[in-house]
Design a protein around this ligand. Structure first.
Ligand SMILES: CC(C)(COP(=O)(O)OP(=O)(O)OC[C@H]1O[C@@H](n2cnc3c(N)ncnc32)[C@H](O)[C@@H]1OP(=O)(O)O)[C@@H](O)C(=O)NCCC(=O)NCCS
Length: 209
């Protein structure tokens, strides 16, 4: 029993030390395999509402998803990795308004806006599309570090509005809902999107920075 407790304590301490050593930098093409690997740990066929998930099933088509990540690394200004000992353990991929609307031209029109939301905040924004921390390393502040870097970079460019979406149906992402609260996002609206023949319900969150 004592050995078990010591083992668990050591694991916690190892994780804490690892979390303290985390740094954030922009993603580079060399990171693509690691980014894919991280995505595949939280983006699987079966979705865990409590642990959180990415909507795609990355193992279903590794090549397609690696190509997608690679093209976004080249294209997006706000694609970051969090790393420890040179190895990425988490990533955050965000779009500028122009890039996001190029992929989702009807996005602004598809949203049922919250009556309290002021649409002037949609003039200039970034949208955080995917945040993922290697399964087993969540809750250590790594997601927050990625956000700190993104916020520092966008405020330096005069961008004060961020959006992000969280799925609540068919499976709710409870980890993401909690994380939105922690990040002090406000509910801005809701939208329905078709994905693989299914209708997803997404909450749209907004944050002023
Ligand atoms: C959501 C996610 C990006 C947060 O990153 P993180 O490194 O765990 O975040 P931080 O350690 O900075 O903050 C932790 C907070 O996230 C939320 N959170 C993370 N995992 C959670 C879980 N399993 N259950 C409930 N809340 C959770 C809580 O608000 C938590 O706050 P607390 O530690 O005070 O309880 C990460 O958990 C993740 O990758 N989940 C799987 C993929 C996913 O759901 N992505 C959606 C992006 S929002």
């Amino acid at each position: 029993m004592e050995q078990l407790v010591t083992g668990a304590l050591k694991q916690t301490l190892d994780k804490k030390t690892l979390a303290e050593s985390i740094r954030v930098r922009k993603a580079t093409p060399e990171d693509v395999n690691e980014i894919y690997r991280i995505a595949a740990t939280v983006g699987q066929k079966n979705k865990d509402a409590n642990l959180g998930f990415l909507i795609d099933d990355y193992k279903s088509n590794p090549l397609k998803y690696k190509e997608m990540f690679l093209s976004r690394i080249y294209e997006l200004e706000h694609f970051y990795v969090a790393y420890a000992s040179h190895k990425p353990v988490a990533f955050l991929m965000a779009y500028s308004k122009a890039d996001w609307l190029r992929y989702n031209p009807n996005w602004l029109d598809d949203i049922y806006w919250h009556p309290g939301f002021d649409k002037k905040y949609t003039k200039k924004f970034v949208l955080v599309d995917k945040t993922a921390v290697l399964s087993g390393l969540t809750g250590l502040g790594i997601g927050s570090k990625l956000y700190e870097r993104l916020i520092a970079d966008i405020t330096a460019k005069g961008i004060k509005n961020m959006f992000a979406e969280t799925i609540i149906s068919p499976v709710p992402n409870f980890a993401s809902l909690q994380f939105r609260r922690k990040q002090r996002y406000q509910l801005a609206g809701v939208r329905y999107e078709e994905y693989n023949g299914e209708i997803l319900t997404d909450l749209i969150y907004h944050k002023r920075v």
